[in-house]
Ligand binder design. Structure first.
Ligand code: SAM
Length: 261
């Protein structure tokens, strides 16, 4: 009976691959991968029979990503059902802002197969290192940008805020690989409920190739619609450090605000 292992490639080509992941890849009968072209070519050097899941994406504007995700899930489950040991490797951490790995593992388990996920280095793990921002300093709020835009989600500006998939923000058709400045403006308009227009935000892209540096473009929130975005861009909003003491809670500890210095 086959076993399913879903692993991560990390963000930077070749450098984030763990020994554990390499050993799972070596044991697999079938290896499937979802990552950028450079990383895929590199990994194909080690596993020539590797199946490229990214081929299931349609052209920009043509195919619903939710359909692509169901096809990827099927591509992973078919060899498992045929009795093979399957290893699927996704860029970054396979369980972070990634629909297919969670769905495939759930389905495989429901069908009685052993299925595990191995953690890996995600884009936000790189972000904390590259930008020197510790989520423990202020707390962290992390949202998918479009979900944050179209639903009434609370936002705590006193925490570090990370908005994923800003590069496709506002695309409710789930078919596009780019965004438009009016959609980014809609996001900015919403964020102005909590921030001043001049609040500094950061467009962040972790380096994928070891020879490149990361992108760290700092700009006022109001300038965001004029910026350029890639599908890998993440929006980082540093915290407003205007925290108010909770006097009731302090009193229950038997202290006053002076104890916070
Ligand atoms: N599973 C991935 C991970 O562990 O980082 C995240 C996949 S999610 C579908 C895609 C989003 O992740 C992008 O829109 C962006 O917000 C973020 N992302 C992916 N690669 C990135 C990179 N090199 N630098 C910064 N953010 C990145």
């Amino acid at each position: 009976r086959g076993k399913l292992v879903i692993t991560g490639f990390g963000i930077q080509l070749g450098r984030h691959l763990t020994r554990r992941v390499e050993s799972e890849l070596d044991k697999a009968d079938v290896v499937l991968a979802m990552m950028d072209d450079f990383s895929l070519t590199w990994l194909k050097g080690k596993y020539p029979a590797l199946i490229d899941l990214s081929l299931l994406y349609g052209k920009d504007g043509e195919k619903d990503r939710r359909q692509t995700y169901r096809e990827m899930e099927l591509a992973i489950l078919e060899p498992l059902r045929a009795g093979k040991n399957v290893c699927a490797i996704f860029y970054g951490h396979p369980g972070v802002f990634a629909d297919v790995p969670h769905a495939a593992i759930k389905q495989a388990r429901e069908e009685g197969y052993e299925a595990i996920m191995e953690p890996a280095i995600s884009a936000d793990a790189c972000l904390y290192a590259d930008l020197g921002l510790d989520p423990g300093m202020s707390g962290l709020q992390s949202y998918e940008a479009t979900q944050f835009l179209v639903y009434q989600r609370p936002l705590d500006p006193s925490a570090l805020v990370v908005l994923w998939q800003i590069g496709v923000v506002g695309d409710l058709t789930c078919t596009q690989f780019h965004t438009y400045s009016d959609r980014v403006q809609a996001l900015v308009t919403k964020l102005l409920r909590w921030y001043e227009p001049e609040h500094e935000v950061i467009l962040y892209e972790a380096a994928v190739l070891p020879i490149e540096g990361h992108r760290e473009e700092r700009l006022p929130l109001s300038e965001l619609p004029n910026a350029s975005f890639k599908t890998i861009t993440t929006l980082v909003i540093p915290p407003k450090l205007e925290w108010l003491a909770d006097h009731e809670a302090l009193a229950s500890l038997g202290v006053t605000e002076d104890a916070l210095l």
